[in-house]
Design a protein around this ligand. Structure first.
Ligand code: NOJ
Length: 449
């Protein structure tokens, strides 16, 4: 057993809309999540809330960074709110917005924490949505200009960028099922078109960042999707899990790694593409394929995996199977086979850009937040991740989702994913037991697992 490499990064992640608040502070423009949450008629958010204040990290980031340092967080993956820095999505820049991210980055660096910057974690400026959002190809240039602005500004301080987070949710939940902003319910071909524009936008941003910062800056893309793991650890079953992971199923093809990463890395759609994707693909200008840029690394967001048998067929979970508060299955093995399979298909290093668990956390009588379920979950998933590393998987870091409890999209504040509890009445932060446990894992580079 070799264990985690010496320079493995133990960090945490969050996203602008989920933690910042300050929704209209200092010249920020509106974005689609502001609109989606404020639109009471639609009742889009389970508890009727919004990210208007969230964790108020816009004002409390110094306290957050101090807590990160106290808990041995070595890297912080955060996203930039596009409308905070370019209120209309294109055109005039909001200096106060950029100054906020400058201050956050400087505070992280002063505390020995590496900033890892996601450009787009779902909060599109409303002005761009008014022009069709991700359905309008003009967004590709707008995104590249935004990327160039950030790259030039953060040059020398940020060396890892991630272009787009989970295109699967942007396209399917935003334009297909309508569960997420902008809440559209369109057909599969439109969803495929959104994916195509996301791929082109990633690629244009990739080139813009490299042009501004040089080759040494790494530019990744972050994906989620159905990752399968074998019921039995046999070569045949492993192979079946690999195939099932990347197959575009007739239903639910949007929630796969292949729909985003095959175009970028292999410059094609998987042969298993369903009818709707093939129909859309036939309309793509062949020159577009030459525009696709393979990222330097892949961020994998891992929560629950899917068990398959030796034929690749799904194995039903037994009654009472362990589940998290949000009802996702607890499947640690996905952390062993998932990274191995993503690396096998795309040949790129990976970061676990998100992994975590929602629990019914509360402050106990002793004033502390005891969360043994989160510690057990993490322990199990990290032991499996170590198996992947021991088998040679090039995994460079693990970014826990999330550092703070935060706004969980259409679930509002009902799901708590943080290592640190947030009392939303006061924004008081209370580190949970898991924060102290994770601090030890980081300090020992996982040897204490
Ligand atoms: C993935 C998303 O990137 C993040 O925003 C979300 O909060 C977590 N999953 C948990 O659902």
């Amino acid at each position: 057993m070799s264990g985690f490499p010496k320079d493995f990064i133990w960090g945490a992640a969050c996203a602008s809309y989920q933690c910042e608040g300050g929704w209209d502070a200092d010249g920020k423009g509106a974005n689609i999540w502001d609109d989606f949450c404020h639109e009471i008629e639609g009742h889009h958010i389970f508890d009727g809330t919004s990210g208007d204040t969230a964790c108020d990290s816009y004002h409390r980031f110094r306290e957050d960074v101090a807590l990160m340092k106290a808990h041995n967080i070595r890297a912080y993956r955060f996203s930039v709110s596009w409308a905070r820095v370019i209120p209309q999505g294109t055109g005039p820049v909001n200096e106060a917005g950029l100054a906020y991210y400058d201050a956050l980055i400087d505070e992280l660096l002063a505390n020995g924490i590496e900033p890892m910057v996601t450009l787009y974690h779902w909060d599109l400026p409303s002005a761009l949505q008014d022009r069709g959002g991700w359905l309008n190809r003009e967004i590709v240039d707008a995104f590249a200009n935004y990327a160039e602005l950030l790259a030039k500004r953060f040059k020398g301080r940020v060396t890892k960028f991630m272009t787009i987070n989970e295109p699967q949710c942007i396209a399917q939940l935003g334009y297909g099922s309508g569960e997420h902003a902008p809440g559209l319910k369109l057909g599969e071909e439109k969803v495929a078109q959104v994916f195509h524009h996301l791929c082109l936008a990633h690629s244009a941003a990739y080139r813009a960042i490299k042009a501004a910062c040089g080759k040494d800056v790494q530019v990744g893309a972050v994906s989620c999707g159905r990752l399968c793991y074998p019921q039995k650890d046999t070569p045949e079953n492993r192979e079946a899990a690999y195939r099932a992971s990347f197959q575009l199923m007739e239903k639910n093809w949007a929630f796969t790694f292949s729909i985003f990463l095959d175009p970028l890395c292999l410059r094609r759609y998987d042969e298993s593409a369903p009818e709707a994707v093939r129909r859309f693909a036939a309309t793509i200008d062949p020159a577009d394929w030459d525009l696709m840029e393979k990222p330097d690394f892949i961020g994998i967001n891992v929560y629950q995996g899917y068990m398959v048998d030796e034929s690749g067929a799904p194995v039903e979970l037994y009654p009472g199977f362990p589940r998290t508060a949000i009802k996702w299955a607890v499947t640690p093995k996905v952390m062993h086979y998932g990274p191995l399979n993503v690396i096998r298909r795309y040949g790129l290093p990976v970061y676990i850009s998100e992994n975590g668990v929602s629990c019914n956390d509360r402050v106990h009588l002793d004033g502390k937040v005891h969360d043994p379920n989160r510690i057990d979950f993490l322990h199990r998933y990290l032991l499996e991740l170590r198996k992947a590393v021991d088998e040679g998987a090039d995994v460079r870091g693990y970014l826990h989702w999330s550092f703070l409890d935060n706004f969980e999209w259409s679930q509002g504040y009902t799901e708590r994913f943080g290592l640190v509890y947030v009392d939303y009445r006061t924004c008081e932060r209370v580190p949970k037991d898991s924060a102290r446990w994770y601090a030890e894992v980081s300090a020992n580079n996982g040897t204490n697992l």
